[in-house]
Design a protein around this ligand. Sequence first.
Ligand SMILES: Nc1ncnc2c1ncn2[C@@H]1O[C@H](COP(=O)(O)OP(=O)(O)OP(=O)(O)O)[C@@H](O)[C@H]1O
Length: 606
Amino acid sequence: GLCQILTGVMEEVRRSIRLDVRGGDVLHSLLSASWLQALLRVYERLQAFLRDAPAPVLTNATGVLLQLTDVRASESCSEDAEELCRLLGQPHLQALLSAHDAVAQRDYGPVLPPMPEELPEDEEATRTVCLVKNNQPLGATIKRHELSGEIFIARVIHGGLADRSGLLHAGDRIIEVNGFSVGGMEPEQVIQVVQARALGSIMFKVVPITERPVHRHMTLYVRAMVNYSPQQDPTIPCADAGVGFGKGDILEIVDQSDALWWQARKLPGHAGCAGLGPVLQRSSGSCGWSQPYLPHTCIRPTLSLSPEDDLVAMEDRCVEADEEAFESDELREGEKPSDQPHLRLIRAGFRRSLRLCRRRFYSTSQLAGHAPCPSSCRAPSVPYEEVVRYQRQPQDPHRLVALLGPSGVGVNELRKRLIRSDPGLFQGAVPHTTRPPKGYEEPGRDYHFTSREMFDAMVSQSRFLEYGEYKGNLYGTSVQAVRDVLSSGKICVLDIEPNAIQAVRTPELKAFIVYVKPPPLERLRESRRGAAVATGYYVNRPFRDEDFQEMEAAAQKMESQYWQFFNHVLVNDQLQDARVQLLAAVNQAQDEPQWVPSSWIRPDGQ
Ligand SMILES: Nc1ncnc2c1ncn2[C@@H]1O[C@H](COP(=O)(O)OP(=O)(O)OP(=O)(O)O)[C@@H](O)[C@H]1O
């Protein structure tokens, strides 16, 4: 009947408001709060349950079981009794009975201490908070005021015990812990008092902060572009309360109220307590985002607080230091092109010369007489990239699929196999070249043949995703060539070099980047036994051990610099398996929700 009483009280209060009784509106808003209503409903349900609660027949089933073993010991024990004893002797049944007894004896909840009888006179100003610790951190940090020496709650960690209680807030002044006055205590001493009880209840007496800051509870999702380890960060207020993450991880930022430290959860699957993550500053270098750890030296303690030993976390052991990849199928000269249309299709777009020049371009610096490739090192130096969930609609163009990996790993092989699996759906982009067409080549199908002047103009207009020079000829993949495939309703599949990553990550192309990773050395030796590595335009030879080692080294370098941009990592061990996995990933990219940069979806920053 509590809800009914509350309705009656609310009516009274409403009358008080009409009569302009002081405090009436505050009381009304309190009583009409949805959380209070919900709590009362829960309370009433629990009361109803207590009334109808089933009573255990016995509270000591485990004891009865022991008596049964005595029965077994007697000689007159029947076969049935034997079987019963055997069944009851099984560990899972014993565990079940033990659990039964614990419930029957109501031995499952901590016994709360009685409320203190003597309440201070300024009772209104203090609040007694009792938190029950079940081997989990309290999820709050404390700090000491430099001048007054008073102990304050510095931060309440989202989703932690203190936060879920709703009773402790950043800024609350702590007066007592478990009956011990914290006046004059060093922060470490306060921690010792908290740690004295690993389990059970901990009682805090606090003076609540009078004006709680209004938090913008706007959840933000970001992709980490750097690695971060709280344990290696000397500036984190509390390492144990930190959230560690690696490049490419998706983080859910649940609290941005602190200018220097976000509270974040790593996705997927970390539904519990959030952790502290640094609001890292942009690094100064143009490609600085690839660094493993950015020390955020901008972090300084706040003025009114002592800088070092005065901040203590109520997390266990936590002291807050304070507020902070051609055409290997390409026809040799004089060879005739295939009459089979599907083979022609496959050949279109597999241009070894382009791959080789790209490799050269990537490994050397820049094309003589040309501006640097527009895509080269244009990565924004941001530690985080805001992301949103994107689901491609059936009427939308497909996402570009870009494959990359260390030379020889099988990027081109996988790309060919993917296109061959469904030429009606997958297609490569037709590259541009300044070299003269060969007899069998058809402009617009094999290459867009163009003059050097035209090519240069396209370069200066940033119309290439990537380009390079091979044996005196220029080769490049234009944005328009990709657009042509996408607008025909097909999925464009490209192999790119890392320096083209930024050029394909655009709102228009929405590239899904698949990194093709070499398997461990042993597996490389085994799986590449019959395979040949391309060392020049027409030069193939069997793989050697040095090739594998080079591949591994190149892979490591690529991973350390670009891991954050990989949407899918595919280990190319067994070719057939890898192709199947690639197909599955590509389908997922087109048909299932994916995290993409928010700027792709909301270019205006809204
Ligand atoms: N999983 C695999 N098992 C066996 N052989 C493979 C596998 N993947 C690729 N190969 C073979 O390895 C060789 C190199 O592959 P591919 O040409 O695709 O490499 P790439 O990554 O495109 O490198 P590059 O651009 O330097 O040629 C080819 O002969 C290919 O058939």
